[in-house]
Design a protein around this ligand. Sequence first.
Ligand code: SF4
Ligand code: MG
Length: 330
Amino acid sequence: MSGLLEIRNLRVHFPIGGGLFSKPKLLRALNGISLDVQEGEVLSIVGESGCGKSTLANAILGIQKPTSGKVLFEGKEIHHQRRRDIAERIQPIFQDPQSALNPRKTVKDLIAMPLRVRGAHSAKEIGRTVDEIMELVGLPQRLGHSYPTALSGGQRQRIAIGRALVTRPKLIVCDEPTSALDVSIQAQILNLLADLRAELNLTYVFISHDLSVVRHISDRVAVIYLGRIVELGPADDLLDDPLHPYTRKLRSAHLSTAPHQELPKPVFKGGFPDPTNPPLGCHFHPRCFDALEVCETHVPGSVRRGRSDVACHLYTGLGTPGDDMTEIRR
Ligand code: SF4
Ligand code: MG
């Protein structure tokens, strides 16, 4: 089934470093991502920092060009369209509203900005729409002429959400939208996003490093590790009964804390690998307690288990000739 958003074998590679006497290294931020997002769905993308989540967000927003592969929105390649046209239908909400909002603009001006850029509306229409949006995101009218620096973190995130909604987009890419907020405010913003989704039939790609945040909002969850999806499935299945050893580790860290406590780092063998020189075979193998010999040399293909897809040799039918086992690549 194709979706509102279709991502096909997306690769984004960056050269980094390099000088007079050294060649640049290649960072494979995304290394063959394929996903479909259905209209009205919330798909979360989870992983540690440096796994490629924000690069994926930027590719969906049309900001980051793919090295290869495709991102299709309503069946059309995003990177063949004008940024302005894409921006009306796909909008971002970022982590830190403080840095995303111009401190010299008032709340109303900030929310109105995408409409003014579009230039197709009278001042009266813009005023009316901004009032509606403020109501929708729970900002009292009396704050309309305030500056963002005078407001709380939660109120600032409401402005950012309002601004994202003002062109009536279909898809919102939320990149860690609550991680800069206090825990009590996080829940309010998550509830607001859930309400808005229902009311406006929005679709979200929701990026987070925090499984507890993801559980409340997602229909499906994709876990990425070093630029590849390692597990993708319905949120309940993936969070209650994860299949991939990496997902299990992320989840056990999350389970070991009481609610509202800071998450401990998951326990892995070794640290996060150098993404410019990722381990051969399964990228996770040096940190995996279940690793098999084949994991060091062969990239696991993705296989279906129940309602989830998982890329791990514990499920690929290890050693079976003709399986996804013939490939040795980065
Ligand atoms: Fe661990 Fe091997 Fe599965 Fe990778 S493929 S997660 S190393 S068991
Ligand atoms: Mg990020």
